[in-house]
Write a protein that binds this ligand. Sequence first.
Ligand code: UDH
Ligand code: NGS
Length: 286
Amino acid sequence: DVASMTSDAPAYATIGPCPDIPPKLVGPLRVEFDYHRSLDKVREEVAEPLQNGGRFKPTECVAQKVAVIIPFRNRHEHLKHWLYYLHPILLRQQVDYGIYVINQFGEGVFNRAKLMNAGYFEALKEYDYDCFVFSDVDLVPTDDRNLYRCFSNPRHLAVAMDKFGYRLPYNTYFGGVSSFSREQFLRINGFPNTYWGWGGEDDDIYKRVTFRGMSVSRPDLVIGRYKMVRHKRDLHNEPNPKNPDKLHMTHWTMDKDGINSLKYTVKEIVKEKMFTFITVDIQAPA
Ligand code: UDH
Ligand code: NGS
């Protein structure tokens, strides 16, 4: 009868949430970038469990749905390192994830924060993500206990980078890698679209978080270690002297400059096995 069917283990048994601490983590990792990796080789080594577009979903438990957004242009060497190290880590971390590489179209001035806004939007068109991890393409965590998921406050993950001597360069530093739930992201109206060129957009995001009464969550300096792929300054991403001044205005500008004012067009979407590559025209000045 119906009553005994519901009290016994039913044939359509549901699975429970994934544990807070994923059971397969190993801790500190060896990470090196001196080796040249071909995309084919990386795919052979890490892509087997993935769905096309760099998607994975654990079958043993219900996980957070996490979109990883990477602002990008002309950094294919870095992307190979990133994919080689991050896919195995994300698999062990038991997340229901997808990798979105947001490629800025054209040769205009780069805009990291606007690309990340576009990534948020594009990822949501594809799946009902509840968490967004924003990561530079050249940053690889060296401890898999640094969880790529969302917490009760926006999280700064890249707290101990090798280039800063494995500590924060300053207390309010928010660069490199961060995570926001959908709700947290909307609460700050997303990221600013108006920081063209290098510098300041991460400080603006930090201010948005505190102005909306949230605090920043962080891993400790042991778990939060990162290695950065060394590189020269890119073309068309010079430090913009206007950016530092804009930070005085964040309080007044954040409600009109963000996800609610975002304008861009999609030029192309390519599904690779290990990532989804989305080229966007963000109307960059020459
Ligand atoms: N990015 C690109 N392409 C570009 C510029 C930036 O993909 O042309 C992305 C990429 O994800 C990168 C992120 O934006 O990791 C941040 O940009 P960045 O690497 O320029 O910033 P960072 O502070 O370096 O790491 C600034 C120049 C450092 C020169 C140091 C010389 N020793
Ligand atoms: C600050 C920048 C941040 C940047 C940080 C670290 O001065 O965007 O340096 O830079 N803020 C402004 O320019 C207002 S780094 O040492 O990585 O080159 O993230």
